[in-house]
Design a protein around this ligand. Structure first.
Ligand code: GDP
Ligand code: IMO
Ligand code: MG
Length: 427
C-alpha cells in the first residue's frame, strides 16, 4: 500500500492538523518527519479541541500508530507534558514510536535561539523560540544529541561537553550570559531516559516493514513549503525541510514508496514571523480575515499576518513538492465578501512575473497583480458536497484549482472533522 504525504503549501497553519486527523481513522501510521514543537496543529473533534505541537495528529485516532521520525527535533520536556496532557483527557498514547535517531532540543538550544534573536534585533527571523534552529545547526555541525544518546551516559556526557565547548564561549563572551554547566544538562537529559524508553524504536525498519505489509503510512508535515530551509523565503524560514523530499530523509522511506502528495492550502494566506509576504493586507480586510479566521498562533499566541490568496505561491508549491492534490481549507472564512481579490502574478520592477522569483531581492519587490472574483454570502459550513456550495464559491474553488496546478480534492468549510467536502478520495 502507498505512503502519502500531507504538507503545508504556504507559510504554515494551513490546517494540516485537521486534514491529518480526518484521514487518521483510515491510515495505519501517521509520521512527523521534520520540525519540532514550533508546530501548532489544532484539531477539533466534536466539542473537544486539541492543540498538538510535537505529536503527530494521528495520535487522536485510536487505531493509528503515531511516529516521530528521525528528521524531527524533540524537546523531551514538551513531549512528556503533551503526552500527559492527552492522557488526562483520556487519549491513549501508548502506541507512539520515536526514532532513536531524532535529535534532542536541550535547554541550551532554547537559550541560544532566544539570545540569537535578541542579538539580531531588527533583522530577527521571529522564530518560535523553541530551540529549533540551533538544534538543527548542531545536527549539521555533528555536535547534536540524539534520543539514543540518553541511554549511554558516557557518550551523552562527551557529546554535551563537545556541544557546550563553543556555545559557552559564545554565550559568555559575545552575549554576556552565564555559562551552562555540562553536569546539569546531562542530569536533566538522563532524567527523561526512562520515561521515553517505551516509545523509542527503529522507526525506519518499522515503517518500511509496514509498507511491505500493505499498511497505509501518512506523513504529516509541520510548517509549510515557503518556510522550507531550501525552497522557502530564506532566511525567513525554519531550519528543516517541510517539502515532500523531507518526508523521505526524515523517515527513511524511499521516494518510490510515495504515491500521493497532498498540499494543504488555505483559501487566503497567512504568515507568522518576519519575511516577505506580497499579498499581506494592512487594512480592514486583513483584520477581518484575522478575526473571522481566528488567525492567532497556536504555539506563540502571536497574531498571524493575513492576506489574499496567492496563486503564484500555490503553483510553486505544486512544483517543488510534486503535488498530486490540494486540500483547500477555510473557504468558510471568505463568506461575506462581495468581491475577493486573488493574486495571479507579481509585478516586479515594472515587469509582470508569473512564477515565484528565485531571487530574494526580486521577491521582496514583488507586488501582487490581482484578479477579482465575485464572493458569496450564504453560510457554507453545512455543505457536504461541492454542489451544495453557492455558485460563486464553486467558481472561486475552480479558479484557484486552475491557477494552482493540481486538483482540489477536498474543501474545508469549518474546523470540525465533518466540516469537509470530499471531492476525490485520498485513499
Ligand atoms: P496547522 O498548523 O496547519 O495544523 O494549522 P493550525 O491548526 O495552526 O491553524 C489552522 C486553524 O484553522 C485551526 O484553528 C483549525 O481548527 C482551523 N481550521 C482548519 N480547517 C478549517 C476550515 O476549513 N475552516 C475553518 N473555519 N477553520 C479551519
Ligand atoms: P505549523 O506546523 C507558522 C515560523 C516562525 C518563524 C520561522 C522560524 O503550525 O504550520 P522556528 O522557530 O521554526 O525557527 O521559526 O518559522 N514557523 C511557523 N509559522 N506555522 C508553523 O508551524 C511554524 N513553525 C515555525 O514564526 O517565522
Ligand atoms: Mg499551526
Amino acid at each position: 500500500m502507498p505512503a502519502l504525504v500531507l504538507l503545508g503549501a504556504q507559510w504554515g497553519d494551513e490546517g494540516k492538523g485537521k486534514a491529518t486527523d480526518l484521514l487518521g481513522g483510515s491510515v495505519d501510521y501517521v509520521v512527523r518527519y521534520q520540525g519540532g514543537n514550533n508546530a501548532g496543529h489544532t484539531v477539533v473533534v466534536g466539542d473537544q479541541k486539541y492543540a498538538l505541537h510535537l505529536l503527530p495528529s494521528g495520535i487522536l485516532s485510536p487505531t493509528c500508530v503515531p511516529v516521530i521520525g528521525n528528521g524531527v527535533v524533540v524537546d523531551p520536556s514538551v513531549l512528556l507534558s503533551e503526552l500527559s496532557g492527552l492522557n488526562e483527557r483520556g487519549v491513549d498514547t501508548s502506541k507512539l514510536m520515536i526514532s532513536g535517531n531524532a535529535h534532542i532540543i536541550t535547554p541550551y538550544h532554547v537559550t541560544v535561539d532566544k539570545v540569537t534573536e535578541r542579538f539580531l534585533g531588527k533583522r530577527k527571523i521571529g522564530t518560535t523560540g523553541r530551540g529549533i534552529g540551533p538544534t538543527y545547526a548542531d545536527k549539521i555541525n555533528r555536535v547534536g544529541i540524539r534520543v539514543q544518546d540518553l541511554y549511554d551516559e558516557s557518550i551523552l556526557t562527551q557529546k554535551v561537553e563537545a556541544a557546550l565547548d563553543v556555545k559557552n564561549q559564545v554565550l559568555t563572551k559575545l552575549y554576556n550570559r552565564r555559562a551552562i554547566a555540562v553536569d546539569q544538562v546531562v542530569e536533566e537529559l538522563l532524567g527523561y531516559a526512562e520515561k521515553l524508553a517505551p516509545y523509542v524504536a527503529d522507526t525506519v525498519l518499522v515503517l518500511n516493514q509496514a509498507l511491505e505489509d500493505d499498511k497505509v503510512v501518512l506523513f504529516e508535515g509541520g510548517q509549510g513549503t515557503l518556510l522550507d530551509i531550501d525552497h522557502g523565503t530564506y532566511p525567513f524560514v525554519t531550519s528543516s525541510n517541510p517539502t515532500a523530499g523531507g518526508a523521505c530523509t526524515g523517515s527513511g522511506v524511499g521516494p518510490t514508496k510515495i504515491s500521493r502528495v497532498i498540499g494543504i492550502l488555505k483559501a487566503y494566506t497567512t504568515r507568522v514571523g518576519a519575511g516577505p509576504f506580497p499579498t499581506e493586507l494592512f487594512d480592514a480586510d486583513g483584520d477581518a480575515l484575522r478575526r473571522i479566521g481566528g488567525e492567532r498562533g497556536v504555539t506563540t499566541g502571536r497574531d498571524r499576518r493575513c492576506g489574499w490568496f496567492d496563486a503564484v505561491i500555490a503553483r510553486y508549491a505544486t512544483r517543488v513538492n510534486g503535488l498530486t492534490d490540494f486540500f483547500l481549507t477555510k473557504l468558510d472564512v471568505l463568506t461575506g465578501w462581495e468581491q475577493i481579490p486573488v493574486c495571479v502574478a507579481y509585478e516586479i520592477d515594472g515587469k509582470r512575473v508569473e512564477e515565484l522569483p528565485y531571487s530574494q531581492t526580486d521577491f521582496h519587490h514583488a507586488k501582487p497583480v490581482y484578479e477579482t472574483l465575485p464572493g458569496w454570502s450564504e453560510d457554507i459550513t453545512k455543505a457536504k458536497s461541492f454542489s451544495d456550495l453557492p455558485k460563486n464559491a464553486q467558481n472561486y474553488v475552480r479558479a484557484l484549482e486552475e491557477m494552482s496546478g493540481a486538483p482540489i480534492s477536498a474543501i474545508g468549510v469549518g474546523p470540525g472533522r465533518d466540516e469537509t467536502i470530499e471531492i476525490n478520495s485520498f485513499l
